[in-house]
Design a protein around this ligand. Structure first.
Ligand code: TIU
Length: 235
């Protein structure tokens, strides 16, 4: 059974208060679940990061993605990366960190964060279907220098379920950009990850503080519980 776009408003238990959304106008936006950030032997691990902190998000994302797809709802994926000729790579980003190996150099899975390379692509567990837009973004935020806002407007999207990595960097930046453009964002905490547990906690607190200054925080089970109402409505 799939969604018919007429189910109306669903409610999710969330912080700082209940999140109401119409699934027909809600996109699942999965941020940067790329091999170089998540896979053992990738760029993230090469920099000394503990990828297990990110890999725990794969299962919950997989379940949420399957439910969103089964209901016939909008899914959008993003990937952080750059053109092979590096013309969209700010020189400041290229040299930041003073690492011996930086964006565009040969890495464990091809050139690091370059479009078309193995490490830049999305992990097989969450691989996009042909009808799911993939936004290639040069920055941390998914709205900067991309057509994401246009796509969301054309599809009538007003609410975003934002998942992916990392909580305090690309997820937070994207939620802030979305909030300023008028979207209501909810972040399921089991579907977002940081290499640093303290940033995971702070990154989520920053979103829901001050009455939901940037959005709402919940978990995927609560969203799935709300989604079940579609099936009771259409049964
Ligand atoms: N996707 C994303 O968050 N990119 C990053 O560079 N994250 C870090 O935490 N470094």
């Amino acid at each position: 059974m799939s969604a018919n776009g007429k189910h109306g408003t669903l409610s999710v238990e969330a912080e700082p208060y209940t999140y109401d959304f119409d699934p027909a106008h809600t996109a699942l936006l999965i941020i940067d679940m790329q091999r170089d950030f998540l896979e053992p032997g990738g760029f993230g691990e090469m920099l000394g990061n503990d990828v297990s902190q990110l890999r725990r998000t794969i299962g919950p994302n997989k379940t949420l993605l399957a439910a969103w797809r089964a209901a016939g709802l909008q899914v959008i994926h993003t990937r952080e990366g750059h053109r092979p000729d590096l013309t969209d790579l700010p020189p400041s980003k290229k040299i930041r960190g003073r690492s011996a190996t930086t964006i565009g150099d040969a890495g464990p899975m091809g050139r690091i964060l370059i479009r078309g390379e193995e490490g830049h692509d999305i992990i097989p567990e969450l691989y996009p279907l042909p009808n799911e837009p993939v936004i290639d973004k040069p920055g941390k935020g998914a709205f900067y220098a991309t057509d994401l806002h246009s796509i969301l407007q054309h599809r009538g999207m007003k609410h975003l379920i934002v998942t992916g990595v990392t909580t305090e960097v690309c997820v937070n930046t994207t939620v802030r950009e979305a909030n300023d453009r008028g979207y209501d964002c909810i972040v399921p905490e089991d579907c977002v990850g940081s290499y640093f547990p303290e940033f995971q906690e702070a990154g989520l607190k920053m979103i829901k503080a001050q009455g939901g200054i940037f959005g709402w925080v919940s978990d995927s089970k609560k969203i799935l519980t709300a989604l079940k109402a579609i099936y009771t409505q259409t049964a």
